[in-house]
Design a protein around this ligand. Structure first.
Ligand SMILES: *[C@@H]1O[C@H](CO)[C@@H](O)[C@H](O)[C@H]1NC(C)=O
Ligand SMILES: *[C@@H]1O[C@H](CO)[C@@H](O)[C@H](O)[C@H]1NC(C)=O
Ligand SMILES: *[C@@H]1O[C@H](CO)[C@@H](O)[C@H](O)[C@H]1NC(C)=O
Ligand SMILES: *[C@@H]1O[C@H](CO)[C@@H](O)[C@H](O)[C@H]1NC(C)=O
Ligand SMILES: *[C@@H]1O[C@H](CO)[C@@H](O)[C@H](O)[C@H]1NC(C)=O
Ligand SMILES: *[C@@H]1O[C@H](CO)[C@@H](O)[C@H](O)[C@H]1NC(C)=O
Ligand SMILES: *[C@@H]1O[C@H](CO)[C@@H](O)[C@H](O)[C@H]1NC(C)=O
Ligand SMILES: *[C@@H]1O[C@H](CO)[C@@H](O)[C@H](O)[C@H]1NC(C)=O
Ligand SMILES: *[C@@H]1O[C@H](CO)[C@@H](O)[C@H](O)[C@H]1NC(C)=O
Ligand SMILES: *[C@@H]1O[C@H](CO)[C@@H](O)[C@H](O)[C@H]1NC(C)=O
Ligand SMILES: *[C@@H]1O[C@H](CO)[C@@H](O)[C@H](O)[C@H]1NC(C)=O
Ligand SMILES: *[C@@H]1O[C@H](CO)[C@@H](O)[C@H](O)[C@H]1NC(C)=O
Length: 814
């Protein structure tokens, strides 16, 4: 009974919220291009296509880019690449080697030689007009004359092909996957599959694929497709697999063979043959071919069921409308701002597009876990927690608490059945780990803010303790054979006895030391409730970053930096420049950012950090300096988004850095710096984010910026910035409302000065929280996020030192 009542209330509530169609503000192409026009390289690496929030299916195109040295296929989509298929599964925002791009279809207008069904280069297609991308909808025109429109549901997709007169075929190549154009160790590979045809053109089967960026074990995806108009002819085919796959049978060095046509069923067999099917329509009156495809990790029956129940109609609009409704109800209406024409339309587009991109991953695979039986929810595509722990999950906590609770239950269940929580995970496989075991930070952030529900926190803490205490076995990754990069903390053999990650026995010594310290702080936070006897131990360990602080290293007139320390206790400062990190990769002294940047990344103990850098004045001038143009010494290549500052907003480790002025009670500078970064690097344009969006991490940074607050990860603290809208109603904690308003006294009466809301008048003059004057530049989760509340800003054009209260806390201060 209770359940039913709740359901009714929620339905009414949603209905009221869903009046505005926010999807018209979403531009799904933001991030689709990088600095080189026409190329994805250096851009957001985003998925473009049709998906529902956290959906399993992300239906979009796979492409090939001609200049392979700068080809970046990660999201499948590239602005001008040749289309090799429309496929059902994609990642969004990732770097490294591609993953997925599987369970495809491809419309063809000829299959005569030189077309070879096993050779994508003989049939791939350029696009001849601008793509159309909207929430739940994508359209493109191929040079063959075929127009493709598509939409998607949770585990299924629908494609509509409008053929010109002439031949009409749809190819299903089960062996298709999204490759790395330069090949190599982490390329994906096809292992085998089956396909079976029914008389009406329904096809079922599975494909098995391994590899990809996370060095994943093989995974099997079942499929079930059909056509509104049964094909007039259909044939299966198979052919020798000639892809170079280590430890699998392939037919080597003989080029791509011809497909051998068969009848109604194909099996890959022991030689890992490629299999597929070709469907043909000969009736000239059939011009529109519509097809539905379902996918499942469990069985083709389930895939058929998803297709039939999620996409009951061949009318594409039905699926588009359902997707639009779901996005509006479950995502966009959670942050409501006025959409009047008087509101800056660019900012509306930035807000709702950013919300869109941060809800494409991870994927809710509840009911679709092929690995073990469990009543717990199941999620995949944490790609990666080291990117999204910094502020994305904190936003899930506010606006998606139900989804977020199941994500955490799933992380814990992965530990229970596989031994470790992931840091990255996709294709049902943990990997990789860039620095620390950052699921710890995610759990702590949720725990301290009171997320409970059905989460077993006893188990959650056990899982964290495993990360903190058990050295995982080495998987000898090609990226870094010295210790595991699959899960857990690969350098515990240093961390526990030495109290730091050493630079001679371990790789990434600086960045891993910093991350392990925060991970241990995360343990201490959860231990407060779950294992009070452990608090001091992990708090002590959270201060270990201090062990690699070299107080006498000077760079650019600043003294005191994180530095490489050897296992014997001495620092190795020969030729050491903290503004450089070599390749900033697996085997460097720090990953993704320079030691100069990591020297600011101690969110649990800003107090010691400020002291180590020489006090508030020195700290402030160092912060000022790293935001100045032309200070970066590290060559970031095209991925650097023309960033010439040491501080790099395209890199997650730096996300909180522009807000650190709050720890000096100089919030005005946090506002100035963070707003300047947002204005400089985030645009409503295809090249609209500074580098890989990292599963929406860059996008969620921008949303916090626009809300005028920033979360301090693993703590209940939010730092105060300055909002971009006059009025925002944010649905927090399921059904409570946080209202953030901003007034600008004077400006509205005086349009002659040109003063308008937001653009130059964003400095905080005063603040009220829940109606009371507020003199601190931070507040606590309890204040407004549990029962809702109000934050009222008064903004103006003048920089004003308005705060006089206590600075934000340093709970890890030792
Ligand atoms: C084209 O197909 C070949 C053979 O399967 C494969 O090795 C290659 O990666 C594919 N290329 C693209 C861009 O899909
Ligand atoms: C490929 O791109 C690289 C980097 O932009 C450029 O130097 C090179 O000339 C390009 N090659 C071709 C064939 O266009
Ligand atoms: C298709 O099946 C029929 C009947 O079993 C058989 O005679 C024919 O040879 C098969 N064709 C191919 C190409 O395998
Ligand atoms: C689908 O929706 C579009 C836009 O709402 C409309 O123009 C079109 O006629 C619809 N098509 C069908 C088949 O309902
Ligand atoms: C926010 O909610 C308040 C109270 O319901 C309402 O008066 C106001 O119009 C809302 N603002 C927006 C932008 O929706
Ligand atoms: C809208 O905001 C953008 C920054 O997001 C700014 O560049 C633009 O000038 C603003 N437009 C107006 C009309 O104020
Ligand atoms: C919670 O997890 C702990 C530790 O794994 C386990 O002993 C306990 O049975 C679990 N509790 C429930 C209610 O499942
Ligand atoms: C010390 O650092 C230098 C410069 O990076 C390096 O060449 C040398 O091998 C390091 N020494 C030890 C003992 O690790
Ligand atoms: C924490 O560190 C302090 C100071 O070094 C030490 O006295 C204490 O024993 C440590 N506590 C634990 C539990 O390790
Ligand atoms: C810097 O400090 C380290 C450790 O405190 C010491 O080993 C080293 O000799 C010092 N170097 C200089 C140049 O003072
Ligand atoms: C360091 O300080 C000296 C003396 O104040 C000054 O001449 C020099 O330009 C400064 N160097 C940098 C990199 O700021
Ligand atoms: C940074 O360097 C570029 C290229 O040398 C130069 O054009 C620009 O003026 C410099 N900017 C500043 C603020 O010094």
């Amino acid at each position: 009974m209770l359940r039913l009542r709740n359901f009714l209330i929620l339905t009414l509530f949603h209905y009221a919220n869903a009046q505005v169609d926010y999807t018209k503000f979403v531009n799904p192409l933001i991030g689709s291009e990088g600095p080189i026009p026409g190329y994805a390289f250096g851009g957001g690496d985003i998925f473009v296509g049709a998906a529902v929030p956290f959906g399993v299916a992300k239906v979009g195109i796979d492409t090939y880019e001609d200049n392979i040295t700068i080809a970046t296929l990660n999201g499948g989509y590239t602005p001008e690449g040749k289309v090799t298929a429309i496929s059902m599964m994609h990642e969004s925002g990732t770097g490294g080697y591609p993953k997925y791009g599987i369970i495809p279809q491809m419309p063809l207008t000829t299959v005569a030689p030189p077309v070879n069904l096993l050779d994508n280069q003989t049939y791939w297609q350029a696009r001849v007009s601008y793509d159309v991308a909207r929430v739940g909808y994508f359209k493109m025109q191929l040079e063959s004359g075929v127009t493709v429109e598509l939409s998607g549901a949770r585990h299924s997709g629908i494609m509509q092909y409008s053929f010109p007169s002439g031949e009409k075929h749809v190819l299903v190549d089960v062996s298709h996957y999204l490759p790395s154009e330069t090949g190599g160790y982490s390329n994906q590979y096809y292992i085998g599959g089956e396909i079976h045809l029914q008389a009406d053109g329904t096809y079922t089967g599975y494909g098995t694929y391994g590899g990809g960026w996370n060095e994943g074990a093989p995974m099997t995806v079942y499929f079930c497709g059909d056509f509104e108009t049964p094909p007039d002819q259909m044939q299966t085919f198979h052919g020798r697999n000639a892809d170079p796959v280590p430890r699998y049978h392939t037919f080597s060095d003989a080029g791509i063979p011809q497909a051998i046509l068969g009848n109604m069923s194909e099996y890959a067999g022991p030689l890992n043959d490629r299999v597929g099917a070709l469907f043909t329509w000969t009736n000239p009156s059939t011009t529109h071919i519509r097809s539905r495809v379902g996918i499942s990790f469990i069985s083709s029956d389930k895939a058929c069921n998803f297709k039939n129940t999620e996409i009951p109609s061949y009318n594409l609009n039905t699926t588009v409308t359902a997707a639009v409704e779901e996005w509006n109800q479950d995502v966009f209406s959670k942050i409501q701002v006025s959409t009047d024409s008087s509101v800056n339309q660019t900012n509306l587009a930035l807000l709702y597009s950013s919300l869109y991109f941060m809800h494409l991953m991870p994927s809710d695979r509840t009911g679709e876990n092929p690995l073990w039986q469990s009543a717990e929810p199941y999620w995949d595509d944490f790609y990666t927690l080291w990117d999204i722990f910094r502020n994305t999950v904190s936003l899930y906590h506010l606006i998606q608490p139900a989804y977020y609770e199941t994500m955490i239950r799933s992380l814990i269940d992965i530990w229970r059945f596989e031994g470790f929580m992931p840091d990255g995970r996709s294709g049902n496989y943990n990997g990789l780990v860039q620095g620390g075991s950052n699921a710890d930070n995610v759990l702590a952030d949720a725990y301290v803010k009171g997320l409970r529900g059905a989460i077993n926190w006893t188990a959650g803490y056990e899982a964290m303790k495993k990360d903190a205490e058990v050295q995982p076995y080495n998987t000898y990754s090609y990226d870094d054979p010295t210790a595991t990069v699959k899960e857990g903390r690969g350098a515990l053999y240093d961390w526990i006895p030495l109290g730091y990650v050493s630079a001679d026995r371990s790789t990434r010594a600086v960045s891993r030391t910093v991350e392990y310290a925060l991970n241990d702080f995360a343990l201490s936070q959860v231990a407060r409730g779950e294992a009070p006897g452990d608090v001091q131990k992990y708090l002590n360990r959270s201060a270990n970053w201090q062990n690699i602080w070299a107080h006498n290293v000077t760079s650019l007139n600043f003294t005191g930096f994180l530095a490489p320390r050897l296992a014997d206790g001495t620092f190795n400062l020969s030729d050491y420049n903290p503004a450089l990190c070599g390749g900033c990769e697996w085997q460097a002294i720090s990953y993704e950012a320079t030691p100069f940047e990591y020297s600011f990344v101690v969110p649990h103990d800003a107090q010691t950090l400020i002291q180590f850098m020489g006090g508030p004045i020195a700290f402030e001038s160092r912060l000022d300096y790293i935001m100045l143009p032309n200070t970066s010494q590290q060559n970031l290549g095209a991925n650097g988004a023309d960033i010439t500052t040491i501080m790099n907003i395209g890199n997650e480790p730096d996300f909180a850095t522009p807000y650190l002025y709050n720890y000096l009670n100089k919030q005005l500078k946090s506002v100035e710096q963070s707003r300047a970064l947002a204005n400089q690097y985030f645009h409503v344009a295809n090249y609209g984010v500074p580098g890989n969006s990292d599963a929406g991490a860059l996008n969620s940074w921008l949303i916090w910026q626009m809300m005028g607050i920033y979360p301090v990860v693993t703590q209940t603290v939010y730092l105060v910035g300055s909002p971009w809208f006059e009025d925002m109603n944010i649905t927090v904690n399921g059904d409570q409302t946080l209202r953030i308003t901003a007034s600008m006294p004077g400006a509205s009466n005086d349009s002659s000065t040109g003063a308008s809301f937001g653009q130059e008048n964003f400095y905080v003059q005063s603040l009220k929280i829940n109606g009371a004057d507020w003199n601190r530049n931070w507040f606590d989760h309890e204040d407004v996020m549990v029962k809702g509340g109000t934050i009222e800003f008064e903004l103006g054009p003048q920089m004003k030192l308005w705060e006089s209260g206590q600075i934000p806390p340093s709970p890890g201060h030792l």
